[in-house]
Write a protein that binds this ligand. Structure first.
Ligand code: SF4
Ligand code: SF4
Length: 303
C-alpha cells in the first residue's frame, strides 16, 4: 500500500482487546473506491481527505473493477456502490456503471458537480434500460450557498444545484445526502424543509438522507476528533440489532490497494483485510474510533 497512508488514532480505545466483535453475515453489498482519494473538490469535513491532488489511494483500473464484479457475483453479492473521491472522474465511469448494472442494483455517490445536461441524459438513458435499479446520491450540505460552501468550497452550491436540476429535467430523482456539519441541521423541522427544498428543485420523489459527522480525516482538523469518554461504547459487547445494521457486517470496500472493512476506514492500514473479497468474509473487531459513529448513530451506548 502507499507509504503516505494516514494512520488513524487506534490507541484511543482504552483496551483494543475488549473491542466488540462483529460477525460477518453475508456479502450483500460491495463498495468500490472507484477513484481512490481523487476528487474534484476538497471538502473541509471529508473523513477520507480527498481532493484534486490526493492520489495516495489510486483509482481502480477498469480491469480491477470487472474482476471484482466477477468475484462478487460468485460470492452472491446483491448490490453495488461506486464511491470515491468523485467516481464520475473515472475515465471508464459509464462503462463500469453498465458492467455493474448487468449483475445487480447500483448506487453512485457523487458530489454532482460533473453532472451537466449530457451526463444527466446519459444517466437517464442508462436508468431507462438497465435491468436493475440505478440510483444516484448527490451530496449537498445546505439549502443555501452560505450553509454549503464553507464546507464544500466556494461556488459548489451553485454547481451542485445545477447538477441536480439537470437530473430532474431528465426525469431522474436522486437522493440528497446532507452531512450534519453544524448544529441543528437534522432536527425534524430542518428535515421537512430540506424535503420541500428538494421538491422545489424538481425532484419528483424527494429523498434526503442526513449523515452524522465522522470525526476523522479533514473533519478532525476542522473541529475535533473523538473524546476518550465517547469510546466507552467500544469496550463492551454490542446489541445484535446494532450489529445487524453495521455496514461491516454485510459488505466490504474494494480499493486499488485491496479490500477494506468498510468505506469509512480507507486510511486505516489495519482495516485492510486482504487482496480479494473471498479472503475478507470473516468477523472483525471494532477497534477504530470512527466505529463510534456507526455504533451510536440512532442508538445509545448500552451501559
Ligand atoms: S466529501 Fe466527497 S465530495 Fe467532498 S472531498 Fe470528500 S469525497 Fe470529495
Ligand atoms: S467504521 Fe467500524 S463500525 Fe463502521 S462500518 Fe467501519 S468497521 Fe464497521
Amino acid at each position: 500500500m502507499s507509504a503516505r497512508l494516514l494512520v488513524l488514532p487506534l490507541a484511543d480505545l482504552a483496551d483494543a482487546a475488549r473491542a466488540p466483535e462483529v460477525a460477518f453475515a453475508a456479502l450483500d453489498t460491495v463498495w468500490f473506491q472507484l477513484t481512490g482519494t481523487v476528487c474534484n473538490i476538497a471538502c473541509r469535513h471529508c473523513f477520507i481527505t480527498c481532493g484534486p491532488k490526493e492520489t495516495r489511494v489510486p483509482m481502480m483500473s477498469g480491469a480491477q473493477v470487472r474482476a471484482t464484479l466477477d468475484e462478487a457475483a460468485r460470492l452472491g453479492t446483491r448490490e453495488y456502490y461506486f464511491t470515491g473521491g468523485e467516481p464520475m472522474l473515472h475515465p471508464e465511469f459509464w462503462e463500469l456503471c453498465e458492467a455493474a448494472l448487468a449483475q445487480g442494483p447500483l448506487t453512485v455517490l457523487t458530489n454532482g458537480i460533473l453532472i451537466n445536461d449530457a451526463a444527466a441524459a446519459r444517466a437517464a438513458e442508462l436508468f431507462g434500460r438497465a435491468r436493475y435499479s440505478f440510483d444516484l446520491r448527490v451530496s449537498l450540505d445546505g439549502m443555501t450557498a452560505e450553509e454549503n460552501d464553507p464546507v464544500r468550497g466556494r461556488g459548489t452550491f451553485d454547481s451542485i444545484i445545477a447538477g441536480i436540476r439537470a437530473l430532474a429535467q431528465h426525469g431522474l430523482s436522486p437522493s440528497l445526502t446532507v452531512v450534519e456539519h453544524a448544529a441543528g441541521m437534522s432536527v425534524s423541522t430542518a428535515r421537512a424543509q430540506f424535503l420541500d427544498f428538494a421538491r422545489a428543485l424538481g425532484l419528483a420523489h424527494p429523498r434526503v438522507k442526513f449523515l452524522p459527522l465522522l470525526r476523522i480525516g479533514r473533519e478532525e482538523r476542522r473541529t475535533h476528533g473523538y473524546r476518550d469518554d465517547e469510546l466507552d461504547c467500544l469496550q463492551q459487547p454490542l446489541d445484535p440489532v446494532v450489529v445487524e445494521n453495521l455496514v461491516c457486517s454485510s459488505s466490504r470496500l474494494v480499493t486499488a490497494n485491496g479490500v477494506m472493512t468498510c468505506p469509512i476506514l480507507l486510511d486505516a492500514p489495519d482495516a485492510r483485510l486482504g487482496q480479494t473479497l473471498g479472503e475478507t468474509l470473516h468477523p472483525i473487531s471494532l477497534r477504530w474510533s470512527a466505529c463510534r459513529t456507526c455504533v451510536v448513530d440512532g442508538l445509545s451506548c448500552r451501559t
